[in-house]
Write a protein that binds this ligand. Structure first.
Ligand code: AMP
Length: 546
């Protein structure tokens, strides 16, 4: 027997029409290079309708890829809707990628047009000759004092000349592609993840659930997480569904600028990677951030100390989430549960430092990466996390990677190694490729660096494997000391001794100025491995003494 409910597509036109119908009075603020601009959602929806016409006028194919090379702005949000609502595929290009990766990605996706913020022209213009399928460049003037190449079109002129598309946007098949985003790919070529309308709508709803960021119409949301990386964690569509006010930071992503916006717009919900919140820590005392109720944080492990510092200063710890481009990205969120009610504040901080439980509709399992055997959820056994759900990728664009990242029964191999406690709270210990194998036993580099970052004088730390004749691999800690502080390797080891197994203690500590980062702000261990690849440790290691 079949259910007798209407079969209506889960598609982004609904998100647009809902915002248009109910939230016309709400605000979208963007901090442009030339100052703040404010529009109402009502005016913004008319602009989206004009943009839909512009895409037709430019001759973009029915499912053509619409590239964006933009900061977080209200105009980027116009593209977020106009492209998929007209059946095209939004392709957010990561402005921080290396030139050759950008060229590869734009050609692989066959972008037909690229919309570019004027301030970013210097990064894109030198590549234009190599972008084989791009027929138009459209410049969004953000007030930057940068020359526009001949033949590049002006966004505002195109919009002004276009009639707003009249009527309802329709996407009949919810499985139609809505957007794509390439993995940041530390090995091999980046791979394309193609989101459907259905996956985008369902994933955005997670930003509205009470156990997540619980977006409501009363919120003012500032997405720091870039719109060019993994859908800005679902916030753009989530804000429109909930009817929040939105504040976009534009090109100035410094902690000072973000703190200023949080204060002046009385932002209630924000989200970004740990680096941004670490940078803002010294500024907390200078700003009234009492409006902030939720700080979503993820993309890399959220150090316990960072979350605790925010809890102590603002009364708001980080809301820790985990995911990846392939998971849209939200897969887990670390919300405390009733079983944690009796814990001390200190123990709660340990739970918050975990990546959390799978969000509704996402399923996780932990398996031995070699045998595929499921591992018990006892917080001791560890293995690769595999994920399944309606917003988890089932393959890459054009079958790249030959299916190696997907299991025979259709789960995504995340490449992240974790233990899970009996309540289902994930604790990520490493990436499979970053694990350190010392004498046949695994050392979790992420776990070790989290412990080092708990030291009050440490700003950042990354741990990598260095070769060892006896143990095959041993840990090297690369540590960034906070400005004005001094530290010795011995102090680090002394601090770690009661915190980790003896044979986990790093054999060497190198002090560096900054941990190198990837295009999406994660620790680039590849760069560190290149730098310290030939490192030799003299004398016995802590594994010898364990
Ligand atoms: P990307 O696809 O660029 O977003 O990168 C995804 C990867 O970032 C994941 O596979 C993890 O290795 C890492 N990551 C994301 N969130 C977290 C987190 N909360 N804790 C630790 N690692 C994370």
């Amino acid at each position: 027997m079949l259910g007798l409910m209407q079969d209506r597509p889960l598609a982004l036109p609904h998100v647009f029409h809902r915002a248009e119908q109910y939230f016309g009075h709400k605000k979208i603020v963007t901090a442009e290079a030339s100052g703040e601009t404010t529009t109402t959602i009502a005016d913004w929806t008319v602009r989206v309708r004009r943009l839909a016409t512009v895409l037709d006028t430019l001759g973009i194919s029915a499912d053509g890829r619409v590239g964006t090379f933009c900061w977080n702005t209200g105009r980027h949000l116009e593209l977020y809707l106009a492209a998929p609502c007209t059946g095209r595929v939004l392709h957010t290009l990561n402005i921080r990628l290396f030139p050759e990766q950008l060229v590869y990605i734009a050609n692989h996706a066959e972008d037909e047009v690229v919309f570019v913020d004027r301030s970013l022209i210097p990064l894109l213009a030198p590549l234009a000759d190599k972008l084989d399928t791009v027929r138009h460049y459209v410049v969004i003037d953000d007030g930057a004092d940068v020359a526009v190449p001949d033949g590049w079109l002006d966004y505002e002129e195109l919009l002004a000349a276009a009639e707003p598309f009249a009527g309802q946007f329709v996407v009949e098949d919810e499985n139609t592609a809505a957007a794509m985003c390439y993995t940041s790919g530390t090995t091999g070529n980046p791979k394309g993840v193609v989101y459907s309308h259905r996956s985008a709508v369902l994933h955005s709803l997670i930003t509205l659930v009470a156990d997540g960021s619980a977006l409501s119409e009363r919120d003012v949301v500032l997405p720091v997480v870039p719109m060019f990386h993994a859908n800005a964690w679902g916030l753009p569509y989530g804000c429109l569904l909930a009817g929040t006010d939105i504040v976009f930071p534009g090109p100035n992503m410094t902690p000072k600028a973000i703190a200023g916006l949080l204060e002046s717009h009385k932002v209630t919900v924000t989200g970004g990677v740990p680096t941004i919140w670490m940078g803002m820590l010294p500024l907390l005392a200078d700003h009234d951030l009492s409006s902030v109720r939720t700080i979503l944080c993820g993309g890399s492990a959220v150090p316990r100390s960072l979350s605790e510092n925010y809890r102590k200063a603002l009364g708001v710890p980080m809301l820790h989430a985990w995911g990846m481009t392939e998971t849209s990205p939200i897969a887990t969120i670390s919300t405390l549960r009733t079983q944690h009610d009796s814990l001390t504040e200190d123990e709660r901080a340990d739970i918050r430092a975990r990546q959390g439980q799978a969000v509704p509709l996402v399923e996780l399992r932990v398996v031995d990466p070699e045998t595929g055997e499921p591992q018990p959820w006892d917080d001791v056994a560890s293995g690769e996390i595999q994920a399944a759900g309606p917003w988890i990728a089932k393959e890459y664009y054009r079958g790249e990677g030959g299916g190696a990242q997907f299991t025979e029964d259709g789960w995504l191999r995340t490449g992240d190694v974790a233990s899970v406690d009996r309540y289902g709270f994930v604790r990520l210990v490493d990436r499979t490729k970053d694990l350190i194998k010392s004498g046949g036993e695994w050392i979790g580099s992420v776990e070790l660096e989290n412990e080092i970052m708990a030291h009050p004088k440490v700003a950042e730390a990354a741990v990598i494997a260095i070769p060892s004749e006896k143990w095959v691999e041993r840990p090297l800690a690369c540590v960034v000391v906070k400005p004005g502080e001094t530290l010795t390797p011995e102090e680090i080891i002394e601090f770690l001794t009661p915190r980790v197994a003896k044979w986990w203690l790093p054999d060497a500590v190198e002090f560096i100025d900054e941990v190198p980062k990837t295009s999406v702000g994660k620790f680039s261990k590849k760069t560190l491995r290149e730098k310290f690849g030939g490192y030799q440790v003299a004398g016995p290691t802590s594994h010898d003494q364990a």
